[in-house]
Design a protein around this ligand. Structure first.
Ligand code: ZN
Ligand code: ZN
Length: 1001
């Protein structure tokens, strides 16, 4: 047994174990085999690492720093010349007879693995549950050609000659008991593949002793190096850390992941990795682009390509000049020759990654992993754009599918969709590029483009900073993109909730409480069970206020109850919990903690631990939630049928009133698409399909149905609850579901909205909720038809007419200039679409708010209709003439005063203007009176500038206790609750005017 400090970090653990293993290599490394094969143990004179070599004079370990760097392409002896696909066939040929089962690759979108978005290594296919021992592996010893994606080095692809964003990691894995574990043989298996299969002489590689640690487990490992390149690392995960110190694992895991691209490259000795892995695609691209190949130059160039790492280089031109000096070529010629070559490689490489990612269900977008896909797409297309090549990325994908058909036939299946998605991506690229240039041109003149501005442009215009950088560079401006740019953007975005599970923490002691028997798994329509009370505890509990919009929480005193079995559904998988009663006491929340269901009572229970009780749930609530949940599976399937195989669930929520499903799609949906999805969904419902719900071994379910099982995200546990609607949908799901699709009732999609780049939210009702919705809508229609005085199927045109005339009248209210057209509603037209949807979109409000909105419009329109006639009279020619004729002339001033009921200052001011056109020595005082008080305006003509109305009205307002103000030639105000005769105000004002003349004299 090994003795070490307790619970170290992975890094500390690795270091500590490496020391132990170094001192006793015979115990931890397969040295018997190594010696047999003619290897001896050496100590690197440079880095002091222990390594094994067949070249007995060798003193350095072969790491690039300790050796002469990277020398794959120099004097590389020809090996067995394996093509890319032959590498896989060869390892199968050698290892299959030794008991390794070749299995199919897993998707690159790691739906089953909660720790990673993309599959980044072959072992990730078996994380976390196979590796942890919870779930049996597909085979104890296996081989897998796992396509992986890593986006850490995008800018180096095509340049260094060895970098890829997508690669096949061949996994040699074992998941066996300590008795079955044979480390020497595992080592011999991979060694034989390398020497006999690939044809690498044993003098061509060295093997390092090392250690590995991760997730609390650790073990020794052997790293294979050749010509400065790590070929692979064979890891033996044998031990586990515990508080009592390390112990041997019951499940020994062999983790060897070998880059298929690298092996093909070594075996063929091609000038770079790309030439070895997709020669057919490269040949076709070259036929189109006529790019000449100069391998010698490319090889010399790749040795210095690190100088062009754009993350580190300040001045790109200087960097090219530097490489040129090294190669003794002038930089312009160098660039002209090299850039097209690197472009060809990048286009080929990026297309391959996109092909796998899109096929497996990830779309280019602005968010998360989808963003990486957009970045590589744009990098590739900007090359095509720059050189004006006749190349289509979708077509390149087609070539890849053809070249890889023998090993990955599945990627040919969704080619048309991949092409359609890339076509849209292309259009987006050109559109944003154009916009970026326009915006940057404008911005560069005005201001510096700050980080804040970059984020804003990205968020609101969808222009990524690389395009802005490029556009600015054209204008001679340099822009710095912050390192964590996309992190900052993502932090701003709304999160999509995939699992609507409660994160509620409950302070409850569950020691020795067994998992609850969950009776809802078997039949959703059962609503009652009897059970034994295992635990009662008084707690403080937070409940979601379901009535309130948003996440309002209420804190209450409550009792947590655990039973040995329960029919009640706890909030999980996006489905809300049941409500119900234990005996006669109501429970208001149900929560899942591990395998235990906890019922929350808001009253003290009348039973005690050990009692047998009866649990009943609210049937109607359960039925609604169940209809909405199965409808969600159906809508998902219908959307996939209409929109394509790229549709996957990105999130979902099911409540009583409605449900929503977030789907992965690259564009907003058209009305037609939404209607089609609804139609297909209802067709599926009407087929009366019996659902098939059962528990299955995880590995069996995965191999039978594939990883698209995990629509609701990763699910823990050895066995999965598989919800199958035969021929339509299969998901691993813990929710309650109908037994027959007919029970879902009618599905009505009420809204479709793009909530994020690449994500569309469909909101819908099913069954009883749809009935309730229709009833409610009928009521709304009936009420609207009363308000609008048309029949319920003529609402749309009439509503539009009302809004139009309301607007016209409102405009006419200050001038009095109206026509009869505005004061009558005449349009009667049958609505082509009988739903309230059209109205709700027209007014941009929800259907619930339509009555309020339209009623208000109608009332306002009615009021204006009455008032406008009065206004027209007041502002009209006749009234103006009348007032002018009756003006009182005092001290060369024509004094005009009038009072009108319910007339606002806007109208009065228009009347004032009309009056002053006729009398330029006029002084106008107009009052509008209403129950609230009086408003007034004063104005004067051109000829009597000596009267300062701003001053006079100030004195006036003080006297009458009003509010207001103005300029020397006009002023206005309001006197609240003015109870006396308005005529009195004239007198007061007149006096003030005259006294101001006295003062001026
Ligand atoms: Zn070394
Ligand atoms: Zn589900």
């Amino acid at each position: 047994m090994i003795h070490m400090a307790k619970l170290l970090s992975d890094k500390e653990q690795k270091k500590a174990f490496k020391k132990i293993a170094e001192e006793n290599p015979g115990k931890y490394y397969p040295i018997t085999v190594l010696k047999q094969k003619g290897f001896i143990r050496k100590h690197c004179i440079n880095c002091k690492k222990y390594f094994w070599t067949a070249v007995h004079t060798k003193e350095t370990c072969g790491e690039p720093e300790c050796n002469d760097g990277f020398t794959v392409v120099n004097n590389n002896p020809k090996k067995n010349h394996l093509s890319f696909i032959q590498v896989w066939k060869k390892i199968v040929e050698i290892l299959e007879p030794r008991g390794y089962v070749p299995i199919k690759r897993y998707p690159v979108v790691a739906r089953w693995n909660p720790t990673t978005e993309f599959t980044i290594a072959s072992i990730a296919a078996f994380q976390p549950y196979v590796v942890s021992g919870e779930v049996p592996p597909p085979a104890k010893k296996l081989l897998i050609p796992q396509f992986c994606l890593r986006f850490g080095d995008i800018e180096n692809v095509g340049i260094t000659g060895s970098h890829c964003t997508g690669f096949v990691m061949i996994g040699q894995h074992q998941f066996v008991s300590p008795e079955e574990w044979d480390q020497d043989q595992a080592f011999r298996d991979i060694y034989d593949f390398l020497v006999d299969g690939v044809g690498l002489a044993n003098t061509e590689f060295v093997i390092h002793e090392d250690a590995w640690a991760g997730a609390g487990c650790f073990g020794p490992c052997m790293e294979f190096f050749s010509r400065g390149v790590e070929l692979f690392n064979q890891v033996y995960t044998l031990f586990q850390q515990t508080p009592e110190g390390p112990i041997g694992l019951n499940l020994k895991v062999l983790d060897m992941g070998l880059g298929m691209e690298r092996v093909a490259w070594f075996s063929q000795g091609t000038p770079n990795i790309y030439e070895a892995i997709f020669p057919l695609v490269l040949q076709r691209i070259r036929e189109r682009t006529k790019v000449e190949l100069d391998y010698t130059l490319y090889n010399r160039f790749s040795q210095f390509s690190a100088f062009l790492n754009i993350d580190e280089v300040e001045d790109m031109n200087e960097a090219w000049a530097r490489v040129g000096r090294e190669l003794n070529i002038d930089p312009i010629t160098l660039k002209e020759k090299i850039v097209p070559m690197t472009a060809v490689y990048s286009i080929a490489e990026h297309s391959r990654s996109l092909l796998f990612a899109i096929t497996d269900g990830k779309l280019p977008s602005n968010v998360g992993g989808g963003y990486n896909l957009r970045v590589i797409f744009r990098r590739a297309i900007s090359f095509i754009d720059q050189f004006n090549w006749d190349i289509d990325m979708g077509e390149v994908c087609e070539w890849h599918a053809e070249e890889l058909f023998e090993i990955f036939p599945e990627i040919s299946e969704s080619l048309n969709e991949v092409k359609a998605i890339l076509e849209i991506e292309k259009q987006k690229y050109y559109a944003t590029k154009k916009e970026a240039e326009k915006i940057v041109k404008k911005l560069v003149k005005k201001e510096d483009i700050t980080e804040e501005k970059l984020i804003e442009l990205y968020d609101s215009n969808g222009i990524n900073p690389e395009l802005i950088k490029a556009a600015a560079a054209k204008l001679g401006k340099k822009i710095k993109i912050p390192d964590d740019f996309y992190g900052k953007v993502i932090a701003r975005h709304e999160k999509i909730v995939q699992v609507h599970a409660t994160n509620k923490k409950i302070d409850i002691d569950l020691t020795n409480i067994p998992d609850t028997k969950k009776l809802y798994f078997t039949d959703y329509s059962k609503t009652e069970n009897s059970a034994k009370v295992l635990k009662i505890q008084k707690i403080t509990h937070e409940i979601e206020d379901e009535e309130a919009e948003g996440e309002q929480m209420l804190k209450i005193t409550a009792w947590a109850i655990v039973l040995d079995s329960s029919i009640a559904y706890p909030t999980s998988g996006g489905q809300l919990h049941d409500n119900g009663w234990i005996n006669t006491i109501k429970f208001i929340d149900v929560i899942k903690l591990g395998g235990i269901t906890i019922h929350i009572l808001d009253q003290e229970p009348d039973f005690k631990e050990g009692d047998t009780v009866t649990l009943k749930i609210d049937r109607d609530r359960r039925k609604l939630l169940t209809q909405h949940h199965t409808a969600t599976h159906i809508v998902n399937a219908a959307a996939r049928k209409i929109l394509g195989n790229h549709i996957n669930q990105a999130g979902a929520k099911k409540t009583l009133e409605k449900a929503h499903l977030d789907i992965t799609h690259y564009d907003s949906l058209t009305d037609e698409q939404v209607n089609q999805i609804e139609q297909v969904a209802n067709e599926l419902v009407s087929r009366e399909i019996q659902s098939n719900i059962r528990f299955m071994e995880r590995s069996e379910a995965e191999s039978k149905y594939g990883m698209s099982l995990y629509q609701g995200g990763a699910v823990p546990g050895v066995s999965l609850r598989v919800v199958e609607i035969p021929d339509i949908d299969i998901e691993a799901c813990g929710g309650t579901h109908v037994n027959n699709t007919r029970e879902i009732g009618q599905i009505k999609i009420i809204k479709s909205q793009k909530i994020q780049d690449g994500i569309v939210r469909l909101t819908y009702t099913a069954g009883n909720a749809t009935k309730a919705l229709f009833e409610k809508n009928e009521k709304i229609k009936k009420k609207l038809s009363q308000i609008l005085e048309v029949s319920p199927d003529e609402l749309v045109a009439r509503s539009q007419e009302l809004l139009e005339k309301w607007r016209m009248l409102r405009k006419a209210m200050s001038t009095g200039d109206y026509s009869e057209y505005m004061t009558t509603l005449t349009i009667k037209e049958k609505d082509p679409d009988q739903s309230l949807h059209v109205l709700s979109r027209f007014f941009e409000i929800s259907t619930d708010m339509l009555i309020g909105k339209i009623q208000k419009l109608k009332e306002e329109w009615e009021t204006m209709r009455k008032e406008i006639q009065q206004i027209a009279i007041v502002v009209g020619e006749k009234n103006v003439e009348y007032l002018v004729e009756n003006a009182k002339e005092v001290h060369n001033v024509k004094f005009i005063a009038a009072i009108y009921p319910n007339m606002d200052n806007k109208v009065l001011s228009n009347l004032g203007k009309a009056l002053l056109k006729k009398v330029n020595s006029g002084l106008i005082f107009l009052i509008g009176s209403s129950p609230k008080g009086v408003n007034f305006i004063v104005m004067r003509g051109e000829k009597i500038k000596e009267y300062n109305l701003s001053k006079i009205s100030k004195q006036f307002l003080q006297k009458v206790n009003g509010k207001g103000g103005g300029k020397p030639d006009s002023a206005q105000g309001f006197i609240q609750n003015y109870k006396e005769e308005p005529e009195k105000l004239f007198e007061i004002f007149q006096k003030l005017v005259f006294s101001s003349i006295e003062l001026n004299k």
